[in-house]
Design a protein around this ligand. Structure first.
Ligand code: AMP
Ligand code: MG
Ligand code: MG
Length: 312
C-alpha cells in the first residue's frame, strides 16, 4: 500500500474491507445456529456474532493503526488476548484508496482519530430473524467530529450481472461524498422511521407530533439511516437515551457526506472524542436535509425536550 495515500483514506479503505469480513462472521454464526445470547441489560443483548465481529474489527484495525483509539460496543474479555490470524483482515479496499483526500484531513495523525465500532447493530432483530435490519458500523471521528464511516449490511441481496450477491458496504467521507448504494430523493409524503424494539411513551409522543403519513418501525440506527439515504423515509426520530456513540458515529458521518443532518432531539451535535459519555442521552433526530431536520426539531414540544435534557 502506498504511504502517499493520506492516513484517513487508508483507515476508511481498511474499514470497508474489515466490515465485509465482519459481515461474513455475522452470517456464519447465524448459519451455525449457536447464537450464544447474553443479556447485557434490559432489552439489550449480545450474541456470539457481536463478540466475534468486534474481535475481528478491533484486532484488524489496531494491527494496522496501533495509535488509533478504537472503542467497541462489547465488553469482550477476548479483546485483550492473542487474536488468531483467521480473524484478521488487513487488506484495504482499492477503490477507496484512490479517493482524493479533502485538504483539511490530509494532515490527520493516528493520535487524532477515534473509531467507534458497533460490530452488529440491531441485535434484537438479528435474534428475531429480521436480518435485513442488521448492520456493521465503523465510524471514524477526528477532533470529536464524525468525518467518515462505513455501514455494512450483511444480508442485503442483489443481482449483479445476473449473479446473486449477498452483503453490501456503504461508505461516506466528508467533503467527498458517499458510495455503495443508489441515492434516492425523500418520499413525497412525510415518512418517519423509528425504533422497533425500544419504544416508550416519550418516544411515541415525539412521533405523534410529527404529522407523518407513515411511521416505519425498524431495527438499528444503521438501517434507519440507510432508509433515509435510499429515499424510503425522510426523518429518523428517537426521543430516548438508548442509542450510544457507536450507533450514530458512522451513520452521522455518511448522512453528513450525503447532505443530511443528525443531531440530538434538541438540535445539538454529539461529540465523538475518546472521553465523551457513551450514551446519546438526548436522543436522535436525523433527516435527509436541513429543511426536514428543522421541521422535525420545531414540532417536538419544548416540554419533551426539557424532559430528555433533565434526565442527563
Ligand atoms: P433501535 O432503533 O431500537 O434498533 O436502537 C438503535 C440502537 O440503539 C441499537 O443498537 C440498540 O441496541 C440501541 N438502543 C436503543 N434503545 C435502547 C435501549 N433502551 N436499551 C439498549 N439499547 C438501546
Ligand atoms: Mg447498535
Ligand atoms: Mg451492537
Amino acid at each position: 500500500m502506498s504511504t502517499a495515500v493520506p492516513l484517513i483514506v487508508r483507515v476508511l479503505a481498511s474499514s470497508v474491507s474489515v466490515a465485509g469480513k465482519a459481515g461474513k462472521i455475522v452470517r456464519d454464526v447465524m448459519s451455525k445456529g449457536e447464537l450464544g445470547i447474553v443479556e447485557k441489560g434490559k432489552d439489550d443483548y449480545q450474541t456470539e456474532a457481536d463478540r466475534s465481529a468486534q474481535r475481528c474489527i478491533i484486532a484488524s484495525l489496531s494491527a494496522q493503526y496501533p495509535k488509533v483509539n478504537i472503542i467497541g460496543e462489547e465488553d469482550n474479555p477476548d479483546n485483550e488476548g492473542d487474536i488468531s490470524s483467521e480473524w484478521l483482515a488487513v487488506d484495504a479496499d482499492k477503490e477507496i484508496l484512490s479517493i482524493e483526500c479533502p485538504s483539511f484531513l490530509k494532515g490527520v495523525k493516528e493520535e487524532d482519530i477515534v473509531i467507534w465500532v458497533d460490530p452488529l447493530d440491531g441485535t434484537s432483530e438479528y435474534t428475531q430473524g429480521f436480518l435485513e435490519h442488521v448492520t456493521v458500523l465503523i465510524g471514524i471521528s477526528v477532533n470529536e467530529k464524525p468525518v467518515a464511516g462505513v455501514i455494512h449490511q450483511p444480508y442485503f441481496k442483489s443481482l449483479i450481472d445476473g449473479e446473486k450477491k449477498i452483503g453490501r458496504t456503504i461508505w461516506g467521507l466528508q467533503e467527498v461524498g458517499v458510495g455503495g448504494y443508489t441515492a434516492a430523493p425523500p418520499p413525497d409524503s412525510l415518512v418517519i422511521t423509528t425504533t422497533r424494539s425500544h419504544s416508550n411513551p416519550i418516544v411515541e409522543k415525539a412521533l405523534q407530533v410529527m404529522n407523518a403519513s407513515q411511521i416505519l418501525r425498524v431495527g438499528g440506527a444503521g438501517y434507519k439511516v440507510l432508509q433515509l439515504l435510499e429515499g424510503v423515509a425522510s426523518i429518523y426520530v428517537f426521543a430516548s437515551p438508548g442509542c450510544k456513540k457507536w450507533d450514530t458515529c458512522a451513520p452521522e458521518a455518511i448522512l453528513n457526506a450525503a447532505g443530511g443532518k443528525l443531531t440530538d432531539i434538541l438540535g445539538n451535535y454529539y461529540k465523538y472524542g475518546a472521553s465523551v459519555t457513551k450514551p446519546n442521552k438526548t436522543g436522535v433526530l436525523a433527516a435527509v436535509n436541513n429543511d426536514l431536520h428543522t421541521y422535525a426539531l420545531n414540532r417536538i414540544p419544548q416540554e419533551l425536550k426539557d424532559k430528555l435534557a433533565s434526565s442527563k
